[in-house]
Write a protein that binds this ligand. Sequence first.
Ligand code: MRU
Length: 355
Amino acid sequence: MTINPIEWTGKSVKLIDQTKLPYEYTFVEINTYQEMATAIKDMIVRGAPAIGVAGAFGVALAAKETTEIKELEKIGEYLKSTRPTAVNLMWAVDKQINHAKKIKQERHSGLDPESHEMLNQVQHDIYDVLVRNALEILNDDLNRCKKIGEHGSSIIPGGANILTHCNAGALATAGYGTALGVIRSAFAKDPKIKVFANETRPRQQGARLTAWELVNEGIPTTLITDGMCGYFMKKGMIDLVVVGADRIAANGDAANKIGTYTVALAAKAHDIPFYVAAPRSTIDMKIKSGDMIEIEERDRTEVTHINGKSICPEGVNVINPGFDVTPAGLIAGIITETGIYKPSEIASSAILSHK
Ligand code: MRU
């Protein structure tokens, strides 16, 4: 089964409703940038590369309503504010806004400002270009994930037991996945590999999304709760860890779903290699270290409730950071579309030359 979390219908965007998985495989149609902002915020679409693609379509949909650059910039900021940690969203939205500026400059020179017909034509052109651009970002991400898979599969030992945390699969990207891309490619070469999927509290992306993707694909998968991974590591049942990332700082520190840091610490204690798989659009060279990455704080009900039902007394205090940062020192390698790098090599401009 091919999973396309984001599709362009020709006039709107079709998203798999990830909040309904694994119970229902349904879609949501997005017609406006406001609807896209809500879909990103409510995690109908989620995962760093996927929200980048969604944000790019959000800007394109906005261009149906306005191509005033100031307005588009405001809308871009609004889209970017929906989820602050994953840099792919900022990267894709900024790319679209810069594109709109460029076209506007090119097409507006020598234009009669009184001619409504000409102005309408420019608006139409900008909308068309932004849609094409968003489709390019989508296809580009898919290709990057396949390359990440190829590179990553080269370091997976035969018959390995691989642990992953959260969902860095087809659903979190334009398709195929980053960490799950590595697992998919490795499984295609070696059907003896097996996966341990951490449940990933509070949103349970590991149970609801990763396990769903892997089971559908026939990849042997064992679901464990987050606190169990040290136990299985100590028993020698995990050979390596591969996770995705939402933002990688210039020093190689990597932000990913809350709980990832704990997995990396446990892996270090048991001498198990811990890898991060991500496209270069996840690398933020403006951020020197992981300490500077903004960590999204999410609603308390994600912790206090499961499936709409409270699991704790009402007056309890709750803190719910969505992400944590794994320091570069705990990361054996960062698997990208151009190869596998030590965290210390991430800043090298050669790696980023064609970001
Ligand atoms: O809050 P989410 O579900 O959007 O978070 C996504 C993650 O943190 C994933 O683990 C992932 O590695 C980044 S996306 C490939």
